[in-house]
Design a protein around this ligand. Structure first.
Ligand code: PLP
Length: 320
């Protein structure tokens, strides 16, 4: 039996059209993607609602998944509708009310030249219960390490895609932030402005205006980010999309992360490692979770749980 500590409640995994027992699915060690990161993935969440579990923004996630696959020139063996149906089936087959869902296309076993010319594209979909990404205390605020490493630039890699191999930078820098005693990392872009977290977008709040940046700042334009821009405007906040300088970030009244995994969490402290000096922690705003982030977070968590009819359009219920 394999260790299930970090995959609670996962029972079966969808692989190439069939369910397999979670602990029994195996792949060959010469799988192309294992060596070169030639895979693309999605991170999706389902939440419990009064009408049963619902997946948040499923069509948008599947669309992005297929864009990612096209960036790495995959001939994907399944159309959009079949992928969406398989995702819903995976949640249902595991009997999950609330879960994280991970679809992954990858170049599989066939050859090990860098060009995966004899490696077929395969699809796997997993789902398991995953609570607060940064732990239950995250709502009180996270500390971040502003990295000395700059985010991969949009002129180097297509920022629309969630490419497995590109995430090695997120993994290394996430470890580095924790080595520095922080909860999470933040990247500057090559231009020296704020980019994003390893798996999160960033918002600032200044004088009541919520601001986030765009793909031209070398970020993934997250689905949560886009949702939060709409939610904030509906709540009556002014919003802006544009570059965020380091000084803007340091002088913000509030800052917060958004992302499927992290949801909406405040950033309250920062260690600036970007200048190479021995850094000291500084507070963002008051150094405590802010009111605007709190309101957005609460509204978001209500929406995903089907408690706000205005946004029911964003939910796909898992068929019984
Ligand atoms: C690098 C990066 N930025 C931002 C995000 C947030 O995107 P989303 O809100 O679509 O989950 C993610 C997570 O997918 C990510 O990996």
């Amino acid at each position: 039996m394999i260790d299930m500590t970090n995959f609670p409640k996962a029972k079966v995994i969808w692989y190439q059209g069939k369910f397999h027992d979670w602990s029994e699915l195996t792949l060959h060690s010469m799988t192309h993607a294992l060596h070169y990161g030639t895979s693309v993935f999605e991170g999706i969440r389902a939440y419990p609602t009064a009408k049963g579990p619902a997946v948040f923004r499923l069509p948008e996630h599947v669309d992005r998944f297929l864009v990612s696959a096209s960036v790495i020139k995959m001939q994907t063996p399944y159309p959009k509708e079949q992928i969406a149906a398989a995702i819903l089936d995976t949640v249902r087959a595991n009997g999950l009310e609330s879960c994280y869902i991970r679809p992954l296309f990858f170049y599989s076993y066939g050859n090990l030249g860098l060009v995966p010319k004899a490696s077929p594209v395969e699809l796997v979909i997993a789902a398991w219960e995953w609570g607060a990404y940064h732990g239950d205390g995250a709502a009180a605020g996270l500390s971040v390490y502003l990295l000395p490493w700059r985010r991969l630039h949009h002129s180097q890699i297509d920022m629309r895609a969630k490419l497995g191999g590109a995430y090695v930078q997120s993994s290394i820098c996430g470890l580095e932030a924790r080595d520095k005693g922080c909860d999470e990392a933040v990247f500057l872009n090559i231009e020296g402005r704020i980019a994003e977290g390893p798996g999160e977008n960033i918002f600032t709040v200044k004088d009541g205006i919520l601001k986030t940046n765009a793909r031209s700042e070398s970020i993934l334009e997250g689905i949560t980010r886009t949702s939060v821009l709409e939610i904030a405007a509906d709540l009556g906040y002014k919003t802006a999309v544009g570059p965020i300088t380091k000084n803007d970030f340091l002088a913000a009244d509030e800052a917060f992360f958004t992302g499927t995994a992290v949801e909406v969490v405040p950033i309250t402290r920062l260690i600036d490692g970007s200048e190479g000096a021995t850094p000291k922690p500084v507070a963002i705003g008051t150094g405590r979770a802010g009111e605007v982030c709190g309101r957005i977070r609460e509204t978001y968590l209500d929406i995903v749980r089907g408690r706000n009819s205005r946004y029911e359009k964003w939910l796909t219920y898992v068929p019984k």
